[in-house]
Write a protein that binds this ligand. Structure first.
Ligand SMILES: [Mg+2]
Length: 372
């Protein structure tokens, strides 16, 4: 079965709130959550959907770069390609846009990868999780992202999150350095017994990271995400030696070759998995298998994913049995989307849909409403 047509729909979805990273707001309310939807049709008229949802202050891709890369280079390379040859599809995409320390415009490639998986699972009549071949879990717990400038604001977000049923809280740190430990303390004290972990998005120097790790140890925190710059292997090793915390790498874990190098250098204990940053499900499942075989902890994450990226992540995280709450914060920040009916989430637990493919239905009228 071959791919006949690939269409791209750039959208702007309205947002409820702004998420702030150490480099500044991930996107403003005016900018909205910008995504490029991909509609992939095979010669029988069967359709798969994918999505690129870049976060320009997190990595270098933009909505504009994703749209032009897909339209000009990636999609033309896949026309006529056999639907069941996923590895071959990635080889073609990588020959068009080269991979380097990351898979080379991974977020753009992930859109086509997700569409391909959706399409082939629909052909087989199975949910994506069945294609992944593991039923370690059938649902995924969601974490509430706490992005606050003061301890008081962090406590308020946490109280609201508890009332909404969240059992896990990821706390953005690294941008209010003097207040960071107090912000985390406010979350821990407001939600005793909850799963709480800070993410610095590379915001600390090695010395700052060690000081913060000591403060986090005193708060009973167990996991600290991407404290130091992604390529600073020396700092990652030094930090591991200096703390009892588990250090999770996110930005440093964009591609499998660099993760292998980190394992060889004993500079990694846990990986944050994001379907989009690694170039799609094909690479994400390889990274999960690599991590599990190397004895690394897996945590689930995303890039404020809209429903297509969200659904792909839920299938993957359930397949790999990620039991801790995951940072799939799209529902927390995105005010409206393109689904015909809402994704099954109850008390902040997302259930793996059992319909074929991603198991979601796109309302194409809404694509016009949110078209850029
Ligand atoms: Mg992160």
């Amino acid at each position: 079965m071959r791919i006949e047509k690939i269409e791209v729909f750039p959208l702007r979805l309205p947002m409820k709130a702004v998420l702030t990273l150490p480099r500044g707001p991930s996107r403003t309310l005016e900018e909205g959550k910008r995504v490029a939807l991909v509609k992939m049709t095979d010669i029988d008229g069967r359709v798969g959907w994918g999505e690129a949802g870049p976060s320009r202050r997190w990595s270098a891709e933009t909505l504009e770069s994703c749209v032009s890369s897909i339209r000009e280079y990636l999609a033309p390379a896949l026309i006529g390609h056999e639907v069941f040859d996923i590895a071959g599809a990635h080889a073609k995409m990588n020959s068009e846009l080269a991979s380097g320390i990351d898979p080379g415009q991974p977020i753009a490639k992930a859109a086509l990868d997700i569409a391909l998986h959706d399409l082939l699972c629909k052909r087989l009549g199975i949910p994506l999780q069945d294609w992944l071949g593991a039923r370690r879990a059938s649902s995924v717990k969601l974490a509430r992202l706490v992005s606050a400038a003061t301890p008081e604001a962090a406590a308020q977000i946490t109280r609201d999150g508890l009332a909404e049923g969240y059992q896990g809280f990821k706390v953005k740190v690294g941008h209010h350095k003097a207040l960071d430990a107090q912000i985390v303390r406010a979350v821990v004290e407001t939600a005793p017994g909850a799963c709480v972990w800070p993410d610095a998005n590379q915001g600390y120097t090695l010395d700052e990271a060690i000081r913060m790790a000591r403060a986090l140890e005193r708060l009973g925190i167990q996991l600290f995400e991407q404290p130091v710059p992604m390529c600073d292997v020396y700092a990652m090793r030094k930090l591991l030696q200096a703390t009892t915390l588990t250090i999770a790498l996110d930005e440093a874990a964009m591609g499998i070759p660099f993760v292998i190098e980190l394992i060889r250098r004993e500079a990694v204990e846990a990986l944050a998995i994001k379907v989009s940053k690694v170039g799609g499900i094909h690479y994400a499942r390889q990274m999960c298998d690599l991590a599990l075989n190397a004895g690394l902890k897996l945590i689930g994450s995303g890039l404020m994913d809209a429903p297509i990226g969200f659904a792909a992540s839920v299938h993957l995280f359930a397949a790999y049995g990620i039991a801790d709450p995951v940072d799939l914060n799209g529902p927390q920040f995105i005010a409206a989307d393109y689904l015909a009916k809402p994704f099954p989430i109850e008390r902040q637990t997302a259930r793996v849909p059992d319909a074929p493919g991603l198991g979601i239905e796109i309302d194409e009228v809404k694509l016009k409403r949110y078209a850029l």
